[in-house]
Write a protein that binds this ligand. Structure first.
Ligand SMILES: *Cc1c(COP(=O)(O)O)cnc(C)c1O
Length: 226
């Protein structure tokens, strides 16, 4: 099932790229494996996937310790400072950095193990209370600035989640807001290149709006059992 799902998604991504004149190789597919077993990750890896996304620190650690394949681990869930050590020790990318306090802890833990931690700054583009992320330009700017100065942090991009809705306009607006924010930040002092946006429900719109990291779970692994 995973390989059929993966080839279906891959076809959809390629078609969207072709339609909008986007180079397929600019887009990274993060297979969101949260709540799915190690066996499914191995199956997906054998089918050619190398980026995997997890949303809980302990689950990430357990899986990373059990699997000794050449996988890029992405932490995509909300991150609390008391979990930073585990996540820094086990992830290649953190997509959910939303405060200077959190960034300071990442800097400290990454320095301890002599690592440069790749991060995305999470931006709340939807206005929804249930979502995390910085929502004002000033906060995004200050956080990007802080992270750029931090020796053990590499800011590679911005991340957002659109609301779960059928209203394409609302979704598109979130994604274009993120892209515009990247351009605004880069006018100041940043060199942010990547946009982490688009999930099972909305990845085609995300591609059209410039996504470079798609985070797709259920379309690859099936519905999750929580
Ligand atoms: C779970 C999750 C995803 C994947 O969601 P699907 O709808 O299953 O593709 C992507 N991003 C984040 C932040 C998530 O928590």
């Amino acid at each position: 099932m995973i390989n059929e799902n993966h080839s279906y998604i891959e076809k959809e991504i390629s078609a969207a790229c072709e339609k909008h004149n986007i180079n397929r190789s600019k887009i990274n597919l993060v297979a969101v494996s949260k709540y799915n077993p190690v066996s499914s990750i191995i199956e997906a890896y054998e089918d050619g996937l190398i980026h995997f996304g997890e949303s809980r620190a302990q689950e990430l650690k357990d899986k990373a310790e059990q699997i000794s394949l050449d996988i890029q681990w992405h932490f995509i869930g909300h991150l609390q400072t008391n979990k930073v050590k585990i996540v820094v020790e086990n992830s290649d990318f953190i997509h959910s950095v939303d405060s200077i306090k959190l960034a300071a802890e990442i800097q400290k833990r990454a320095a301890n193990i002599d690592k440069i931690q790749n991060i995305f700054i999470e931006v709340k583009t939807s206005g929804e209370d249930s979502k995390f992320g910085v929502s004002e330009f000033k906060d995004a700017y200050e956080l990007a600035d802080y992270c750029t100065e931090a020796k053990n942090i590499e800011v590679i991009g911005l991340m957002t989640m659109a609301p779960y809705t059928d209203d394409e306009k609302v979704i598109r607006n979130c994604f274009s807001t993120l892209r515009n924010l990247k351009d605004q930040l880069n006018k100041k002092n940043s060199s942010i290149t990547e946009l982490s946006m688009g999930m099972t429900n909305d990845f085609k719109i995300a591609i059209e709006e410039g996504a470079t990291y798609l985070r797709i779970g259920s379309a690859i692994f099936g519905e999750r059992n929580y």
